[in-house]
Design a protein. Structure first.
Length: 210
């Protein structure tokens, strides 16, 4: 008799525990929290789907625009370090010449700095393409506030400046080309800021307070 009672009690405990576990697994603790919206009185589950990107095939015009964009970007990346260095040297020259009034002393000082520039830039600049040279002239204007014609005229005289302007003309270029960061050259300006961020350059114009 005692054995039957014990057996019944064990069965009861097993059944009760099994129900308790089932309730924990599949009862009040099986709720999954999710987002929902109420639409016309119905509660509907809401999910955010992953972003799906669609790309259209580029036509010839798009490909041409992309090629011009990449060509200009590459030219700025190649030439801006030279323009920046030249701008630093030229701004330094102008600062020194502001205290020199004698023509011979000015000429001697310019020639000494000219040798410095030639030594540093002769080989790299000879490897630039005509297109890159045009971009470089714009960037020198950006860094100094003067176009290349004005710079040559100041350092080498009006006749030399006119000679180089004539040479530039035959290469479909212009030493007097301006730099307009807010209109015509806004894309170049964008690339300049990319290069500055990449190499940690500060903007010379901001340092000068312009």
């Amino acid at each position: 008799m005692a054995r039957k009672v014990a057996y019944s009690l064990c069965c009861f405990l097993l059944i009760y525990c099994g129900r308790a576990v089932a309730q924990q697994q599949y009862g009040i603790h099986d709720t999954i929290t999710t987002y929902a919206v109420v639409y016309n009185g119905d509660t509907i589950e809401a999910r955010t789907l992953e972003t799906c990107y669609f790309y259209a095939k580029l036509n010839e015009s798009n490909m041409s625009d992309k090629a011009r964009y990449n060509r200009l970007r590459n030219a700025v990346y190649v030439t801006y370090p030279y323009a920046r260095r030249a701008g630093v040297v030229m701004n330094d020259i102008n600062a020194k010449l502001s205290n020199v009034s004698k023509k011979e002393e000015r000429k001697k000082y310019i020639q000494s700095r000219e040798k410095e520039l030639k030594k540093e830039f002769s080989d790299p600049l000879t490897n630039l393409s005509v297109y890159q040279g045009k971009v470089l002239m714009k960037l020198i204007n950006r860094e100094t506030g003067n176009n290349c014609y004005e710079i040559i005229k100041e350092y080498k005289g009006g006749m030399t400046a006119r000679f180089y302007q004539t040479v530039a003309f035959f290469f479909n270029s212009n030493l007097k080309q301006p730099y307009d960061a807010e209109k015509d050259d806004v894309v170049i300006e964008k690339f300049v800021h990319e290069v500055q961020r990449m190499y940690g350059y500060s903007d010379i114009r901001k340092l000068k307070g312009t």
